[in-house]
Design a protein around this ligand. Structure first.
Ligand code: CTP
Ligand code: ZN
Length: 154
């Protein structure tokens, strides 16, 4: 993005999550555990014009270096997101999130009878698939398919 097109200030040190589907930035904040108690500087741009995506959202968090588990969750709701790790205003690392094949302990099975919802300490396991460009997940234990993954994030 050119300087004159900047929507929110550059950050000194932290993470920029770019190419988030429009409307999903708030969910990304939730995944990162950002809420009213957060002390870090956080900026968010919603419905920014994008050549590739039409419109997109962007999240910038000063001082945050994203964790693997958070990356997997973000990939589920923003499979084309780009992660930029910033140090001293420079992009130290840029990569696209990768859709995991299997997620453990990240999605809750909507099937109340599923063993993953019993009192036993059974960690939820879902297989992630893409069909018609849409991401869905299938429960390892009961085979239940879920489409709106955002609704089932643990
Ligand atoms: N960025 C930032 N602070 C910095 C450096 C970059 O907030 N110190 C942000 C930019 O504003 C942009 C993202 O990080 O949202 C990626 O920066 P850059 O690679 O320069 O932009 P593009 O070329 O548009 O990225 P891409 O090729 O991934 O679309
Ligand atoms: Zn299940």
């Amino acid at each position: 993005m050119k300087e004159r097109e900047l929507v929110v200030s550059k950050i000194r040190e932290g993470t920029v999550i770019d190419h988030i589907p429009a409307g999903k930035a708030i969910l990304v904040l939730k995944i990162l555990g950002i809420d009213e108690r957060t002390k870090e500087t956080v900026s968010m741009a919603l419905n920014v014009p994008s050549k590739k995506m039409g419109t997109k959202d962007i999240v910038k968090v000063e001082g945050l270096f994203i964790k693997e588990e958070e990356l997997n969750k973000i990939a589920l709701i923003a499979p084309n997101a780009t992660i930029n790790l910033i140090r001293d205003y420079e992009i130290e690392k840029k990569f696209k999130v990768k859709l995991p094949e299997v997620v453990k302990g990240i999605l809750k099975c909507p099937n109340r009878m599923c063993i993953s919802n019993s009192k036993e300490p059974v960690v939820s396991i879902f297989y992630i698939k893409v069909e018609d460009n849409k991401v869905f997940a299938k429960c390892h234990y009961c085979g239940k398919r879920i489409k709106e993954l955002a609704d089932y994030l643990i």
